[in-house]
Design a protein around this ligand. Structure first.
Ligand SMILES: C[S@@+](CC[C@H](N)C(=O)[O-])C[C@H]1O[C@@H](n2cnc3c(N)ncnc32)[C@H](O)[C@@H]1O
Length: 373
């Protein structure tokens, strides 16, 4: 049995005017839980594994041997993906230490998410880590605040969380019949989204720079877009299909049009250039790597899976369940929970139709590796 020490801590609270209290992925007791509908995010974690390995190896080769390495995983959610980065980091450290005939350091892992995350399930499912010493703590709070004491963290990791903004941007109230930046949105809408992202991501970098040790490392993976045009298909199509599903319910009198008009998602999909510019301007980190890869919306659709034959309804359902596990709490809080089943079955249908006739079917994924100056 591994030595496990569990703590939970509430991050220092700071004044926020965020809408974060209605965000959270679906807990395990929900019909469509995040734990059972996060295969896409698992695929992303597997694809970024080589980056994680390189980053940890490089960090170990350059740091003085310490008795305890402190790691933070930001936006950990709850489910099978929660412990994957921790296990990976442990394996890489163990293999480096074995080869160098060093004694393995202890590992302290801070799993962070918003306070309403299903931390109970997280704590009930901590693995044994093959007998290696690992001390796990939960840190409930927004990563757009300070979460840790100054100069305490060696490695920060975050996967598929940083495209969540701290709030819906101000100034998008007139984005009628759209939920995100769309071809029909006024240019002020994309301006408001990109400014919110710039502020949020800059703040994220500044707070982490205060919490990390000098030369500490950070590996971030999030959804982005492939070109500078913020209305590029690869980031807008999924929300266009979602809007279409809501408008179906408006046509049937199940949803008020004014509720659709006043709803916008708190996500932003940046392009590489924006990410680079914000990191350089904020100035605390050296950018080691900034790369892009694609993952298909349907986790079962894969170039490695040669047998994949599109089944419209199955693919539509896979994509809809993945989005539902992430957005249900915020959709229900705005539109009420009675429309949820109907809405996501329309959405599954529209996605299935789209996938069978058009090829915009992937998330552009950005991976960034940095060193604190
Ligand atoms: C799609 S899940 C990704 C979970 C996990 N890292 C994975 O790869 O499967 C995104 C997570 O980010 C969390 N999140 C979003 N905004 C956050 C914030 N400001 N602070 C902390 N966590 C946040 C959400 O609650 C959610 O659990």
């Amino acid at each position: 049995m591994g030595r496990l020490h569990i703590q939970i801590q509430q991050a220092m609270t700071m004044a926020t005017a965020s809408s974060a209290n209605v965000y959270c992925t679906n807990a395990t007791d929900k019909q469509i839980s995040y734990a059972n509908n996060s295969s896409l995010q698992k695929k992303v974690q597997l694809k970024t594994r080589p980056f994680l390995e390189d980053t940890i190896k490089d960090m170990l080769s350059k740091m003085v041997h310490v008795p305890c390495i402190k790691v933070a995983d930001l936006g950990c959610a709850s489910g099978p993906n929660t412990f994957f980065p921790t296990c990976e980091v442990m394996d890489v450290i163990a293999s480096v230490c074995r080869q160098a005939h060093w004694e393995s350091p202890e590992l302290q892992v801070f799993l962070n998410d918003l306070p309403q995350n299903d931390f109970n399930t997280v704590f009930k499912s901590i693995p044994a880590f093959n007998g290696k010493p690992c001390f796990v703590a939960g840190v409930a709070g927004s990563f757009y605040q300070r979460l840790f004491p100054s100069k305490s963290i060696h490695f920060v990791h975050s996967s598929y969380s940083l495209h969540w903004l701290s709030r819906v941007p101000r100034g998008v109230e007139d984005n009628k019949r759209n939920l995100y930046i769309a071809k029909t949105s006024h240019p002020n809408v994309s301006k408001a989204y990109s400014e919110q992202y710039r502020n949020d991501f800059s703040r994220f970098l500044r707070f982490r720079s205060e919490e990390m040790i000098t030369k500490g490392r950070m590996l971030l993976t999030f959804i982005g877009r492939s070109i500078t045009d913020p209305t590029s298909k690869d980031c807008c199509t999924i929300w266009d299909l979602f809007t279409k599903s809501l408008l179906d319910l408006v046509a049937e009198g199940l949803v008020c049009e004014s509720d659709v008009d006043s709803f916008n998602v708190p996500y932003y999909y940046p392009c590489k250039e924006e990410v680079r510019e914000i990191i350089e301007k904020e100035g605390s980190f050296v950018l080691n790597k900034l790369e892009i890869f694609e993952v298909n919306w349907d986790f079962e659709d894969d170039v490695c899976n040669e047998n994949f034959v599109l089944e419209k309804s199955k693919s539509g359902r896979n994509v809809a369940n993945c989005i539902r596990a992430i957005t249900e709490s915020m959709i229900a809080s705005h539109f009420g929970d009675t429309i949820i089943d109907d809405l996501f079955s329309r959405f599954a249908q529209h996605v299935g139709e789209h996938l069978s006739c058009e090829k915009t079917k992937y998330y552009v994924t950005i991976v960034v590796s940095m060193t604190l100056k």
